[in-house]
Design a protein around this ligand. Structure first.
Ligand SMILES: [Zn+2]
Length: 72
């Protein structure tokens, strides 16, 4: 994952709910790929390291890739 040194001031990390100025990564949003570019949501690198996260805009949730969610 590509990281950015500073967290955007006008965004909030959805994992920890703060916008502390720390290293961050952009989590790809489902269905936004255009070639090798897609929209992303900034999340602190240390928050994102907890899993291989994706964001699903339809249901507004983050989820981890490769882990069965069960049900549905
Ligand atoms: Zn965070």
């Amino acid at each position: 994952m590509r990281t950015v040194k500073h967290f955007p001031k006008d965004e909030i990390c959805p994992m920890c709910g703060t916008n502390e100025d720390k290293e961050c990564v952009a989590i790809p949003i489902d269905g936004t790929s255009r070639g090798n570019i897609c929209d992303g949501i900034p999340v602190h690198a240390e928050c994102a390291r907890k899993g291989d996260l994706r964001f699903n805009r339809e249901v507004n949730v983050f989820y981890k890739v490769g882990i069965p969610t069960g049900g549905q």
